[in-house]
Design a protein around this ligand. Sequence first.
Ligand code: EPZ
Length: 423
Amino acid sequence: MDKLVIRGGRRISGSITASGSKNTSLPIIAATLLAGDGTFTLHKIPDLKDIMTFTQLLNHLGAETTFEGNILKISTRNVESLQAPYELVKKMRASIYVLGPMLARFGHARVSLPGGCAFGPRPIDLHLMAMEKLGATITIETGFIDATIPGGKLRGGHINFPISSVGATGNALMAAVLAEGRTTISNAAAEPEIETLCKFLIAMGATIRGTGTTELEIEGTNTLRAIEFHNVFDRIEAGTLLAAAAITGGDITVNGVEPDQMKAVLNKFVHAGCTIETTENSITLKSPKKLIPTDVTAKPYPSFPTDMQAQWIALMTQAEGTSRITDKVYHERFNHIPELNRLGAHIEIHKNQAIVQGPQLLSGTKVMSTDLRASASLVLAGLVAEGTTEVLRVYHLDRGYEKIEMKLNSLGADISREKYTEF
Ligand code: EPZ
């Protein structure tokens, strides 16, 4: 197993380019199941464990894939197996994204229930509701979702999501594009990941109105085609890199980004005292002498993203006062806090709010990753902690950050990746 050994106290400064977005890659890879003719060429796909897991799932279903230099080529011509197995879905819950496209193209799908994850239950009831609204019959047996279409083909309908769900919106879109007739989706997720999925599906030949908004209208079509597509940047990796500079008093420029997709996060860095300058495709952050405590409430886009909540908590351990961080998306997404407190932070949890006292001198020690963004927050804390911090079980980190220690070392960090065994 791998750990990251971080020798803290060094400023993170310089220029770096963001990788392609993980959370955009996953739905567009799933959407390749919708077109059996031709080969998709997807550019700027990050080299991550979650991407490997997902392509493994597509291969299991019968797709042919090659991945070289962040270019993923996929042909789903020979897809026939309709079952997404437990072993793969358990590794990555976003495997549920195959449900909509498999139903739409083959009229049947069998997907293992994803199970929970480190920060509490992550239900899929809204995914199933959406499929049923389009004419599917869903049964759940022996841990599997079995979806069929008595009428033979999905038919358009109205889907009204009671809460904003990125995944359920993605599945609904990928089912509706091949359904008969019109589908409307109310309270759709408007995250950039969904906006990009809409653009991808439109490029494949789908008719979608309302891209980027919470009200979507889809006219079903019979055929969609394989395309070449350039993925967008990873806004969470970019935000994490900005936080790495801010927590160590450094100055950084992140290139290959779209600042407009990060307004809520950039505003919070400004409130915390950072200077932010943007161009069309770059963000420059200059750290203040002292960080100002800044409250954050994580909510659906365009608000501050829950995927930056853990990183913000790490940053606020260095601010001159008390900060309150509330997560209204995942109320239990705080597994990073006991580990941050082991580094010397003073953070209390009250329901879905963390109260962070700062500034706290952090002292390096061994800490355990529990999930993807929790591990990112531990790396950030290790960068500023005195002495050496060992972040264990970095397989969590490798799911969503491409070559993170190489990127941070190129910006002045001193991080090594080492093997270790657990008792
Ligand atoms: C996506 O997960 C992201 N994952 C998550 O990022 C991100 O935290 C989340 O959206 C919220 O932005 C990917 O894109 C692969 P949701 P998803 O459905 O789609 C509830 C990371 O770190 N809900 O938008 O699973 C749910 O419990 C990962 O990269 C239902 O109640 O999230 C949550 O409270 C972690 N029923 C809220 O909706 C459902 O059927 C939002 O979840 C589905 C969701």
